[in-house]
Design a protein around this ligand. Structure first.
Ligand code: TPP
Length: 673
């Protein structure tokens, strides 16, 4: 007999419940409450093929309320994903399992993105929908036409990032984005009404969304609403009214259902309540078969799609397949190298943010899939250049006007990178990176190739004052594992940092630029060679003019020129001094010990200079070295006045070196002794 819809969703409920009961913790409320919504989606709508999890034209499913992760694990198991046999469900939350506490990005196994920090998932989904719309515009419905579904709870909609996305996705008319809102009226603290009084339906509607409401436990109603949603050109929100913890008599509809413990008695009571006589982790064959049938239903569509890809014009097909592999066009960096050579030759004195903007113009011509944006800072960051905007009317544009929405930009870029087929970068002021810090952290955790570009990187911005002058941000970004934080010192290094960032398709990069003009210091050195010195993370920019090195000055970005001035003064005073440019700590740490030792110059007096707090510089300067930088927030004033006021000057560097130089015995005295 064909299983009933309720039996299909009960399979999810009991897998989730038994997994949570077994390990002793987890969040039962979401999987129990949203099981019917997801059953309707997976068995009647979702276009996917568990045998080919990476099928480019699959629908994307993002469980934004990641705390209820047993829901997606149960779905992946039931649908037949290889990495999710029943043993994995039993190993929920165990070290090394595919079933960690929150879903972790595993595109080879059906987990499209890491979720857990509430609101990220819905924003990732919007980014995926943007990528889909762009690729659809280029390759047509036959090759790219899929939906992005995201299951969200109240938490995702309460978060500010959720609101940014509602607003922007509505504006951009991301019609193939469908939000399934698990409206259970509960959060961890209890009733949503304790903290919310607006009507979400109205909120979505006035942002330009298509809005429906249905009984989230009526699978026919949910499936019908999805059908209607697909037909509407606007993004859709379906408010699915549910009971949190559905099916467990003690907890359903209660606050405790959100994250409370599930006992053996609860499991027994739920079995009686829902008519599920089966043992823990046992799914009756007929029910499993029906789920597997749903899992296999996409195979034919995928094969038909594959045939259409094979019938594409060879050039178009080659491009599509290259994009899907995440490869860059052949020779993508030729024009960039040319830019670098020109910069070395012309030695401009200009802000690195200007160079960075010029570079994006070069790169956007060489890499058509480059997708840019800056949250309302187009003029200040200059990274739009010739790019046309991506709008509801024109999906071929590659520049997104995010509006003043850093959170949205950050998480959408992650979504785009996870979707594939586009290369996202986003630019804003360094001090506002904190608004997207969580997205940055997640990009590093997932190793997504997102390029985070910043400008206005220090007190060098001058009169805008301490609110806009980052001092602690470099240190805090450097603390994020797997994130290459690069701070170029001139146009040449800017080109090198961009080359590294774009080439790295397996991790995110950060490029931090100055607002103030900086001289080209790599001119002569870079003129004769295309070698990317920034790839080493740190390198000797200037050797001592004569004699063995006695002092080593480390600097990044705008302070490299300052260090060179200090070196000149020291050389005049007879102190052989080297200057080391340190564009990227992360890359330097990957060099071999011999190279690092050569650069660091132990046994010499070591001074680092950076217009930021000194946290972490000990690794370069050792315990006896000096750090010249910021010890407080900045201030409003002229750039030059600020550098003097905070003691970040060549003279201060010279004084710090001289204080630390061992007294040299006169030669005559040594000989006599
Ligand atoms: C940014 C963020 N803040 C806080 C949390 C902790 N947290 C996890 S779930 C949750 C409540 C979410 O409520 P809801 O989305 O309604 O989930 P439900 O109660 O339906 O399971 C909170 C506060 C989090 N994961 N992310």
């Amino acid at each position: 007999m064909t299983p009933t819809p309720r039996e299909l969703s009960s399979a999810i409920r009991f897998l989730a419940m038994d997994a949570i009961a077994r390990v002793g913790d987890g969040h039962p409320g979401t999987p129990l409450g949203a099981a019917d919504i997801c059953t309707a989606l997976f068995t009647r709508h979702l276009k996917f093929d568990p045998a080919n999890p990476r099928w480019p034209d699959r629908d994307r499913f993002v469980q934004s309320n990641g705390h209820g992760s047993t829901l997606i694990y149960a779905l992946l198991h039931l649908a037949g994903y290889e990495a999710f046999p029943i043993e994995q469900i039993k190993r929920f939350r165990e070290l090394g399992s595919h079933t960690p506490g929150h879903p972790e990005y595993e595109p080879d196994h059906g987990v499209e993105i890491t979720t857990g920090p509430l609101g990220q998932g819905i924003a990732n989904a919007a980014g995926m929908a943007v990528a889909e719309a762009m690729l659809n515009a280029e390759f047509g419905d036959d090759i790219v036409h899929h939906h992005t579904y995201t299951l969200v709870g109240d938490g995702c909609l309460m978060e500010g990032i959720g609101h940014e996305i509602i607003s922007l996705a509505g504006h951009l008319r991301l019609g193939r984005l469908i939000v399934l809102y698990d409206a259970n009226g509960m959060t961890d603290d209890g009733a949503v009404a304790q903290a919310v009084s607006e009507d979400y339906r109205t909120r979505f509607a006035c942002a330009g969304w298509h809005v429906q409401e249905c009984d989230g436990h009526d699978q026919d109603a949910v499936a019908a609403a999805i059908t209607t949603a697909k037909l509407d050109p606007r993004p859709s929100m379906i408010q699915c009214n549910t009971t949190i913890g559905f099916g467990v008599p003690r907890i359903q509809g209660q606050r405790v259902a959100h994250g409370g413990k599930i006992t053996a008695d609860d499991c027994t009571a739920a079995r009686a309540h829902l008519g599920w006589p089966h043992a823990p982790f046992e799914i009756p064959p007929a029910i499993l078969a029906e789920w597997r049938r749903a899992g296999q239903s996409g195979a034919q569509a995928r094969q038909a799609w594959q045939a259409r890809v094979e019938a594409m014009a060879p050039q178009q097909r080659a491009k599509f397949e290259r994009l899907m592999r995440g490869e860059l066009p052949a020779g993508w960096d030729a024009a960039l190298l040319d830019y670098k050579r020109q910069a070395a030759k012309n030695a401009p004195t200009q802000a690195t943010v200007r160079s960075s903007g010029e570079i994006t113009r070069v790169l956007s011509q060489a890499i058509p899939e480059l997708v840019g944006g800056a949250p309302d800072l187009e003029a200040a960051t200059q990274h739009k250049r010739d790019m046309r905007p991506f709008t509801p009317e024109d999906r071929t544009g590659r520049y997104i006007h995010y509006g003043v929405r850093e959170h949205a930009m950050g998480a959408m870029m992650n979504g785009m990178a996870a979707h594939g087929g586009v290369v996202p970068y986003g630019a804003t002021f360094l001090v506002f990176s904190d608004y997207m810090r969580h997205s940055m952290r997640l990009s590093a955790m997932m190793s997504l190739p997102v390029i985070w570009v910043f400008s206005h990187d220090s007190i060098g911005i001058g009169r805008n004052g301490p609110t806009h002058q980052p001092v602690e941000v470099l240190a805090s970004l450097r603390a994020i594992p797997n994130l290459a934080v690069m701070r170029p010192c001139d146009a040449v290094e800017a080109a090198e940092c961009w080359q590294l960032a774009v080439a790295n398709r397996h991790a995110p990069s950060v490029i931090v630029n100055s607002r103030q003009a900086l001289p080209t210091v790599r001119g002569a050195q870079a003129a004769g060679s295309d070698e990317n010195l920034c790839a080493r993370g740190a390198y000797v920019l200037a050797e001592p003019a004569s004699g063995p090195r006695r002092a080593t000055l480390f600097a990044t970005g705008s302070e490299v020129a300052l260090a060179l001035q200090a070196r000149r003064l020291l050389q005049e005073q007879g102190v052989p001094t080297a200057v080391v440019s340190v564009p990227c700590w992360e890359l330097f740490e990957q060099q071999d010990a011999g190279y690092r030792a050569d650069v660091i110059g132990r046994g010499t007096v070591r001074v680092a200079v950076e217009a930021a707090v000194g946290l972490g510089w000990e690794r370069f300067i050792g315990e006896d070295g000096a750090f010249i930088g910021m010890r407080s927030f900045g201030a409003s004033g002229a750039e030059d006045a600020l550098f003097r006021h905070f003691g970040i000057t060549p003279e201060a560097v010279v004084a710090a070196v001289r204080q630390r130089l061992p007294v040299q015995q006169p030669q005559a005295a040594l000989a006599a002794g």
